[in-house]
Structure formats: C-alpha cells, structure tokens
Design a protein around this ligand. Structure first.
Ligand SMILES: [Zn+2]
Length: 275
C-alpha cells in the first residue's frame, strides 16, 4: 500500500519583532512532509551550528538587529527528533532561497537532496556578495538539484515541477526580488493548493494594502526593488483571483504562522513564550 502524505507546519527558529507591524516575533515558517517513514522539508531555518556558536557564525550585528533567538530546540534536527524522527529519514529539502535563516539546517541533514532554483544557486556562487548568504552553510558536498525555466504554468505564473515522489506535487514558482532566484513553493494537500511565498512578503496585513508601505526589513534585504514589487503584485493578483483555490503563507509573519498551526489543530506549544 502506498503510504499517505501527512503535512505539518512548524517554525525552525524565531527572530525579533518586525518593525512597523504588529508582530511580537518573526517565525521561520517551514513545512514537514511525512510520507511513511520518509521526511521531506520545505526550508530548513537555522541549524544546530548557528545555535552552538551564534556569535561567530551569525555575528553580533545580525543577532542584535534581527533579534535571533538562540534556542537549539527550535532547529529542524531537534524538532524532528522530538517527533521520533532521525536525520537519515530526511531525504529531500526544498528551499525558497539560500539566505542563512532558511538553509542553516541543511548542515544537520547531509544526505538530503536540496532542491533549489538554478538562478538562486548561481547567485549564491557568484562573486556578487549578498549579506545573508553564508558560504559556510553549504559546501561542494551539498547535494543540490537545480531547476531552470520551463514552459510549465501554475495559475498563469511560470513554474517548475520538483522531482519528488508522485504523492507530493510540488512546484517552484519564481518570485524574484528578495533574492535573484527566490521562489515560492506550491504544493497540493487533499487536492487544494498551498503556496509558501518565502520572503516575498513579510506581513500579510501590511504588504497587501492598496498602497503598501515598504517595510524596513524587506527594503534592507531586497536584491532588486522592481522585481520585488512586481512579485508582490503577482501575489496580490493570486489572492484576489484564486483565494478559494490557493492558501498562501510566508516565512516570517508570526501571526500568520500562529493561525496556520492553530487552525490545523497543531498549535506550536514550544513558541508560547514568544506570544
Ligand atoms: Zn528569511
């Protein structure tokens, strides 16, 4: 019998409040896909390396400005072990982009195949430095599988099907701007689509206002202003035209994270201290 797909939402880290919004903290909203004993992750958050030596690896400046909470219990490794899952069961990790708060956890799952947009890996490898890219987090041993442009479309947007078991239908949806190859990750659950929009927006209340203000964090970390704003326009259009077919969430909106986990009957007991 084919094992069934089970999906959990979690945060693999916590950061400080997002300025000019009502968030008390920022989640690092990630997804755990269970297919029998096999586990596939969507984004990996900070890992045990960062939690063990934050000052050296993340630096005092980032720790202070982003309010990164040092708590190893929040890492993917510990959160999976708390569920009785061993690192070897994690076979694949799909990533929205390669900033340090999304791929720190890769190190804890050295055997997993890491699925990423080709442009994102090219940008990471280029000589143009981006602050949140941390070269120590990946190595030539990281098993990347890259995806370039295709003719595929998903609700009118370009898309790239990710090579995963048939039961898990996952597509990278280019949403550039935050980084050069940033993608949303769409997946189907019980016939209905969800879109993890990564860092293409930070606060669902602020970013989709008619004349959305620029939030300090999204401006500070954007790679390309024009692409970022065009991405927001695409997401706004999706929300208007397909809200009954697509559920959307982003990485760092704590209120959104709390409502996603509570609405699914999976409240996150570990982050109660941040509310
Ligand atoms: Zn981020």
């Amino acid at each position: 019998m084919t094992p069934k797909l089970e999906i959990e939402h979690t945060t693999f880290g916590l950061m400080g409040p997002l300025a000019h919004t009502s968030t008390t903290s920022m989640s690092i909203h990630c997804v755990i896909f269970h297919i029998g004993d096999r586990v596939i992750l969507l984004d990996a958050g900070f890992g045990t390396q960062e939690m063990d030596d934050p000052q050296k690896l993340l630096g005092a400046d980032a720790l202070f400005k982003l309010g990164i909470l040092i708590d190893p219990r929040l890492t993917a490794l510990h959160r999976l072990q708390a569920r009785g899952i061993e690192p070897a069961q994690v076979t694949d990790i799909v990533v929205t982009h390669l900033d340090n708060d999304h791929v720190g956890g890769l190190h804890d799952f050295p055997n997993a195949v890491v699925h990423v947009a080709a442009e994102e890996l090219a940008a990471y490898d280029s000589t143009q430095q981006r602050g949140p890219y941390m070269p120590y987090q990946v190595s030539h041993q990281t098993k990347f599988k890259t995806y370039g442009p295709t003719d595929e479309r998903w609700f009118g947007l370009p898309a790239r099907s990710v090579d995963l078991p048939d039961i898990l239908d996952v597509k990278l949806v280019p949403l550039h701007g935050h980084t050069a190859g940033h993608c949303g990750v769409a997946y189907r659950e019980n016939g209905k689509w969800s879109l993890h929009a990564g860092d293409s927006y930070f606060d669902h209340k602020m970013n989709f206002l008619a004349h959305a203000p620029g939030l300090p964090l999204e401006i500070a970390f954007q790679t390309d202003y024009t692409n970022r704003v065009a991405t927001l326009a695409k997401l706004r259009e999706l929300r208007l035209a397909h809200s009954d077919e697509i559920q959307m969430f982003c990485t760092h909106d704590q209120n959104e994270y709390i409502s996603w986990t509570e609405d699914r009957g999976q409240p996150d007991l570990l982050i109660r201290y941040a509310e």
